[in-house]
Every structure is written in structure tokens, then in C-alpha cells.
Ligand binder design. Structure first.
Ligand SMILES: Cc1ncc(COP(=O)(O)O)c(C=O)c1O
Length: 412
């Protein structure tokens, strides 16, 4: 088994080593990503993108499985790789390995967390008004099954950390929820949340914290033991760039005895074993976490990777805020690799008598992928900044936006 690991990791190492020579940006994109030439992808946050060497390593895991399914499933090959992967991912996010399991995506983790809780009609689940639909939908389901009530706090936006903390605490004090569900990095609109302060407050008010960190791993540094919420989940396939089907769930020892995967197969008392075996499946996306972490190391390491992405978002803001004469929706400390900018719609949105989504649809016609959104009466664009992007991608957006406004004027 040890040999298998060495061979698989080495296979990807060989490919990854070449990366040091290629600077981030468009050359990096064409060398390492499958992204269609001609496409301007400014929406990495939605579905991610996985480098070729990582995909090759993933395929090698599948080939090993098919070479001898018995050896893979029954004789410990996959189990040994799983342990190795859990150790590597746990080290990456600052978790004790015993508290961390691998899952397919944020949805699997969110279902496991919320549906494991024994709630009743006197309990409240507290959500924030920018919650991604996943948390809302699973909470709705849990509410139907258990009678628990959902309260959604109307959050201000534009905002800052102190405002979020104050509004959150007012919600805890008013509703005394049993569960507080919130994002580590909100998605629509997108910004980094003051997660540590929210977890501490939740603990202070004796509620269970569930943190949706779908966008966190690979975008911001994590130390999950120090943070210690009751549940924290994150998608590898987004900012870490591991394959689709790779995600993690960290469960505090306080909650492990009651926590079950949404798909139950193994009834072992050990919580990690319940999550490891949810039926026969392909584990290649999980194991490719190993190769993704190695690829990022070979491509400059975490500081270089996130430094490039966050620096690019900063440059984009500086450039476009001047061009559009708009101000920040959140302070710089709340922006990492996802940037939410007001669209240049003028006072009272006079230039934008349409839903922001119309801009997104126009961009798609020009092979530019981006998210636009209406929130609290404002219209925004959400830019993702990833190592394969360059500032010219965002200038292209701004040029196309001018064209869009011109067309709107002509149609009047
Ligand atoms: C904040 C947040 N949570 C959850 C999800 C859902 O992730 P998945 O489709 O991997 O379950 C997303 C997807 O973009 C998200 O932005």
C-alpha cells in the first residue's frame, strides 16, 4: 500500500514540478487548466476549476481501483489513502484529524449537520438574509420535520464587521436560537465574514454553530481547532481547485456522537467510520486533495497563490472604482479573492432600470462568465480573482458594460 501512495503522489509530483517556471495569469491558465480558449472566466467561485496534473492524478486513483476492486475496497488500499488524505487536509485547515471527515460537497455536509440535530417545536434556527439557498432549503426541510422555527435576520448591506457582529448579537439576544447558521465567506453578495467573533457569540448564547465555509479553503487561512464551531464545512473544488466531489466537514467532539451522514450505510459508533463508508463509491476526488495540495506547493505555495488572487481583487477594485466612481460595499479587510462591487448605476439606480441579472446574461453572450446580483436595493457585480485571471479580464468586463449601457440607451 505504501508503494501505491508513493507512486501516485510521485506521478503527480512530476507534473507539478514544472509549474514553478510558469507565472500566474493567462499562460498559467492555458498550461494547467482545461478552460476553453476565448472564455473569460470571472466566476471561479461557483464551480472552481481543476489543474490538469490533479485531474491526471485523479484518473490514476480510478485506474488503481479498477485494476483490483477487491484490493482497493477490501484489502485496505483505499482505506490507507483515505487516512493519508484526512491527515493532509486536517493539517491544511488546522483540524485534529479525528474531528475531520471527507464528504462530496457542501450540500452533503450541511445535510449531515442540520439533519443530525434533535430539534423540536420550541427550537429556532437563525439564518442571515444573504444565506446561500442550501442553508435555507435544508433548514426549511428540518423545520417541516421537527416543527423548529426559522428566523432570518435582515442584514444591512453595504456593511462592515462591527455592523454584522452587532446585528448578529441582537438576533441571538432577541430569538435565543438553538442553532445559528452562517457563512465564513458569504456568496451573494460575497465577502469574508467575521467568523471567529460570530462563533464566540454563538457559544456565549448557548447555541449550536454551523459554519458554511464553502468558499473558505484555499481563499483564507483556517485554524479550525482554534475556531472550534460545532460544525464547519468547506468545498475543496472551489478555491483550493481540487476535483468536484471533494469537501470536508469538521465536527467538534461535542457533536460527534449524534452526527450522521445524510446517506447512512455504516452504523459504527465511530463518527469518522460512518462518514467513510456511505456505500460503494469512487473516492478519487477525495484522494486528489493530496495532489492538489502538492500542486499548489509546487506552483509557489499558499502565500503566493492567495497573495496573487487577493492582490488581483485589490487592483480590480482600485481600477474600476475610479472608472465607475463607486465606493466599497465592504472594507478591504472583508475582501479576499471574491470582490463585490456596486455597478455604476448612478443615484437611485437611474442608469439601471433592469435586474442586475441582465448584465450577467449580456456578458455570457460575449463568453464572459460573472455573477451579478440585486441585494437590499443595490446592484452589484461579483468578481472571482483566481491565478489564471489577469487585470485585462476585468477591463474587458468594464468595456462590455459600456457597450451594454449604450445598447440600453439606444433602446429607449
Ligand atoms: C456559501 C455556499 N454554500 C454552499 C454552496 C453549495 O455547494 P455545493 O454545491 O458544493 O454543495 C455554495 C455554492 O456556491 C455556496 O456558495
Amino acid at each position: 500500500m505504501g508503494l501505491l501512495v508513493v507512486l501516485l503522489v510521485c506521478a503527480s509530483l512530476g507534473a507539478a514540478q514544472a509549474t514553478a517556471a510558469t507565472a500566474f495569469g493567462h499562460a498559467f491558465k492555458s498550461k494547467y487548466f482545461f478552460i476553453e480558449p476565448g472564455l473569460t472566466p470571472l466566476n471561479h467561485g461557483a464551480f472552481g476549476a481543476t489543474p490538469r496534473p490533479v485531474m491526471q492524478a485523479q484518473l490514476a486513483y480510478m485506474e488503481k481501483m479498477e485494476a483490483s476492486c477487491d484490493a482497493w475496497f477490501h484489502q485496505g488500499l483505499a482505506f490507507d489513502l483515505l487516512n493519508q488524505t484526512r491527515h493532509a487536509v486536517a493539517a491544511f485547515v488546522g483540524s485534529n484529524v479525528s474531528n475531520l471527515v471527507l464528504v462530496d460537497n457542501a450540500s452533503a455536509a450541511c445535510n449531515a449537520a442540520l439533519r443530525s440535530l434533535k430539534l423540536g417545536p420550541t427550537d429556532i434556527i437563525m439564518l442571515l438574509s444573504w444565506e446561500y439557498p442550501l442553508g435555507v432549503t435544508v433548514s426549511d426541510y428540518v423545520s417541516q420535520i421537527t416543527g423548529a422555527r426559522i428566523v432570518t435576520l435582515n442584514m444591512s448591506f453595504p456593511t462592515d464587521e462591527d455592523t454584522i457582529v452587532a446585528e448578529f448579537e441582537a438576533g441571538l439576544a432577541k430569538y435565543r436560537p438553538r442553532v445559528a447558521f452562517f457563512d465564513a465567506i458569504a456568496s451573494y453578495p460575497a465577502f469574508v465574514m467575521p467568523t471567529s467573533r460570530l462563533v464566540q457569540l454563538t457559544r456565549q448564547y448557548n447555541a449550536i454553530s454551523i459554519v458554511d465555509g464553502a468558499h473558505a479553503i484555499g481563499q483564507i487561512p483556517l485554524n479550525l481547532e482554534e475556531l472550534d464551531p460545532d460544525f464547519y464545512f468547506a468545498n475543496g473544488y472551489k478555491w483550493l481547485c481540487s476535483p468536484k466531489g471533494s469537501a470536508l466537514l469538521r465536527v467538534s467532539p461535542r457533536m460527534q456522537a449524534v452526527t450522521w451522514p445524510a446517506t447512512i450505510n455504516n452504523g459504527d459508533p465511530d463518527f469518522a467510520t460512518r462518514f467513510w463508508w456511505t456505500g460503494t463509491r469512487d473516492y478519487s476526488a477525495w484522494f486528489a486533495f493530496l495532489d492538489t495540495i502538492e500542486f499548489r506547493k509546487q506552483a509557489g505555495g499558499e502565500a503566493a497563490w492567495t497573495g496573487y488572487n487577493n492582490g488581483l481583487c485589490t487592483s480590480v477594485f482600485e481600477l474600476l472604482s475610479k472608472r465607475w466612481n463607486v465606493s466599497r460595499a465592504v472594507p478591504p479587510s472583508m475582501t479576499a479573492s471574491l470582490l463585490t462591487m456596486p455597478l455604476p448605476c448612478g443615484e437611485n439606480n437611474t442608469r439601471c432600470p433592469f435586474a442586475a441579472f441582465a448584465v450577467e446574461a449580456f456578458m455570457r453572450q460575449h463568453d464572459l462568465q460573472v455573477v451579478t446580483l440585486d441585494f437590499n436595493g443595490g446592484k452589484y457585480v461579483r468578481f472571482s480573482c483566481q491565478v489564471y485571471n489577469e487585470i485585462s479580464d476585468y477591463v474587458r468586463f468594464a468595456d462590455l458594460l459600456d457597450e451594454f449601457f449604450k445598447q440600453q440607451e439606444q433602446q429607449k
